[in-house]
Design a binder for this molecule. Structure first.
Ligand SMILES: Cc1cc2nc3c(=O)[nH]c(=O)nc-3n(C[C@H](O)[C@H](O)[C@H](O)COP(=O)(O)OP(=O)(O)OC[C@H]3O[C@@H](n4cnc5c(N)ncnc54)[C@H](O)[C@@H]3O)c2cc1C
Length: 379
């Protein structure tokens, strides 16, 4: 539970709060009027580096820390509960599926990624119109990739995409899924569409037409693609749940103050029983979600099989955040839907969370499969 965390994690939470108040809040105030938002980003990165947050999500070999799931959960939740746009730059880009890369993959991709010289992206989702999932044939030292990825976040600014590819067997070479690093400037790669989603994030749709890629671009081995993609996804799902809980904390606090403040009717909204019922729901949802989040973070740190529990937590916390922010908008009235209102931004943000890293109902089916066919999952 959030109130029974070890002393060093509680100290980390307090340090994060102090960082928010001393560094992030003043920078957030300058965000809208800033002539150069890039400069604010740099200042967040520098301050985060100095305070020791920046590399928390990076591998130890890259001056990162062996950060526990609980520590990351606490920092992410605390940051999200401040509801500041500048918080997006507190953490360095994570290594993603390249985390354990060695040899040329390390020197050509992971190292420059960690130094901030290259940007990566992740290609998993495919369009419904695709004739078959992205595939590749093997030819000596190369694979030749054909297919499409429809929702690559950050693709427009990225140098490469880590794409899930089904590699066909050939002679003695076995086939299977693999995560493959594909450069955006490789011949045969076409960015078909650049678009923005409701939450404000930017994406691309990409097509591969017989793209030749050296075999050393395969992360790990052929056959490991799905498990490598899912390993990373599990970490991001827990991060999303922590963000969702932080958002719920912020929205609940906002409503607490709002319904106690003067209202044009003459009495604060919080004096009305009907409003109190809705308000209580915010607290119940937030309490339940945080209880689940912290239990799951502990489970992850115990090295137990946690795939099902992380999925349960991602689904519940992101859906609860949707309900809480929706109710907060309702209680705050029409003002909350004005462009630029913090609740308006959160409303858009939480909607996207039920899709990213696995749509809710698809994860539900996986939870059921985990229990019924694989005997996995605790209650
Ligand atoms: C902000 C944002 C960022 C994203 N970033 C990335 C990224 O970087 N890389 C990437 O690869 N993808 C990314 N995605 C895509 C995301 O992973 C997909 O939107 C998500 O997995 C759902 O896939 P889909 O959109 O193809 O919907 P579909 O798979 O077509 O599903 C649509 C809906 O149908 C229902 N449904 C589908 N299948 C089933 C089933 N078997 N049983 C029951 N119901 C079902 C669900 O309600 C589901 O929401 C991003 C999405 C968003 C919104």
């Amino acid at each position: 539970m959030p109130e029974s965390i070890p002393p060093q994690i509680a100290a980390l939470r307090d340090k994060t709060q102090a960082f928010i108040e001393d560094i992030l809040v003043p920078l957030e105030r300058t965000w809208d009027e800033a002539a150069d938002q890039q400069d604010i980003r740099r200042r967040v990165v520098d301050a985060s580096n100095e305070a020791g947050f920046f590399t928390m999500t990076q591998p130890v070999a890259y001056s990162g820390k062996d950060t526990s799931a609980m520590a990351l959960t606490v920092v992410r939740e605390t940051l999200a509960a401040a509801n500041l746009r500048v918080s997006a730059h507190v953490f360095a880009p994570s290594a993603g599926v390249l985390g354990s890369a060695t040899g040329k993959l390390q020197t050509h991709y992971l190292d420059p990624l960690m130094r901030g010289e290259k940007r990566g992206s992740f290609g998993f989702t495919e369009p419904d119109s695709a004739p078959r999932p992205t595939w590749a044939v093997q030819e000596a030292d190369e694979i030749v990739i054909t297919g499409q990825k429809s929702y690559v976040t950050g693709g427009a600014e990225a140098d490469f995409v880590a794409a899930l590819v089904n590699i066909e067997s050939s002679g003695d070479d076995t086939g299977g899924t693999a995560m493959v690093i594909v450069d955006f400037d490789a011949p045969g790669v076409t960015v078909e569409r650049v678009f923005r989603s409701l939450d404000g994030s930017g994406h691309t749709a990409v097509r591969f037409d017989e793209v030749r890629v050296p075999k050393w671009h395969i992360v790990g081995g052929i056959g490991e693609g799905m498990s490598r993609a899912l390993d990373d996804i599990s970490k991001i799902r827990l991060a999303l749940a922590a963000n969702a809980c932080g958002i719920m904390l912020w929205a609940t606090q906002y409503v607490t103050e709002y319904i106690q403040s003067p209202h044009r009717s003459g009495t604060p909204l919080g004096d009305r029983e009907g409003v109190r019922l809705r308000y209580a729901d915010l607290r119940i949802e937030t309490f339940a979600a945080r209880s689940m989040l912290y239990r799951t973070a502990r489970l992850v740190d115990s090295n137990a099989n946690d795939v099902n529990e992380v999925m349960c937590t991602k689904v519940f916390c992101t859906e609860a955040a949707g309900r809480v922010v929706d109710a907060a908008v309702q209680l705050a009235g029409g003002d909350a839907l004005t462009e630029g209102h913090p609740l308006e931004r959160l409303y858009r943000q939480v909607r996207a969370m039920r899709f990213t890293e696995g749509a809710s109902d698809v994860l539900r089916l996986n939870v059921a499969k985990g229990a019924l066919e694989l005997s996995k999952g605790v209650l």
